[in-house]
Design a protein around this ligand. Sequence first.
Ligand code: SAM
Length: 292
Amino acid sequence: MGVIRGSFKGVRKTFVKNFKLISHFIYNAAKTHFMTTKIATNSEMLNPEGQWFGTRRVEPGQKTELVLDVFHSVARKYDLMNDLMSGGVHRLWKDRLIRMIRPRDSMKFLDVAGGTGDIAFRLHKATGGRAPITVCDINASMLQVGEARAIDRGILHNLDWVEGNAEKLPFPDNSFDVYTIAFGLRNVARIDNALKEAARVLKPGGRFFCLEFSHIDNPLLARAYDAYSEKVIPRIGKAVANDADSYQYLIESIRKFPRRGILGKRLVAAGFKGAKVTPLSFGVVAVHQAWK
Ligand code: SAM
């Protein structure tokens, strides 16, 4: 009897010891698994657009190069195409953006992805040419067209043209009161990196404004707009600029851009406060704004 009880005790001891070992092993394996999954999910959440050039899967570095090619190719016809594609409405959206900013002479402005200068010229006019404005764009061809336009308009002071990437701005911390980016953010490979850079170069209390294509909520209107984008825009691109592919990319990039509100969350993640969004023209475009 004593022998049986002793061996039963031994079995129980071994079982408890092994159970502890096994459960410890399972616990650690699970912890490692979930931690890795969490980290992977978080890093995937950052900059997801970097994987796409329109509908094509690419590396983020490759996207930057391909976007450079698009804008080198469209630079000379860019302003004309903007008017043709939007029926001139892009001017009203840009005017509205300026009214939302309420520019003052005492402010220092940075217009990122400023291209041929549409936003900068409006800021210059709104401040009577008294506020310093910097246009920063990654594409030398777009900047060249912008500078030529500035000379045509007789704007020679308080307007600087700087070649630079929104993801790594060539400016010191805390140096601007207002950061604008109009129809530029969807072309940037790593959007979250660009938002962090925006927060870095803005002064505390400085304001961020992004005017960008968005998504129409009304399904009927959305279908009509899709048909127009798919059928008409590449054809205008082919006829006017002999470049249907670049305009095809521009349409696809609109579809890949984060939906309204999501960008607001990403602004908060980048360090901004008070993020809000204003849809314009039934949501064809939207202005996201926030402050540092
Ligand atoms: N903001 C101007 C406007 O509203 O007319 C130009 C907009 S245009 C559609 C997009 C601009 O974004 C191009 O000039 C392009 O070179 C620029 N861009 C694209 N990726 C960029 C980046 N990573 N950094 C800075 N500019 C970029």
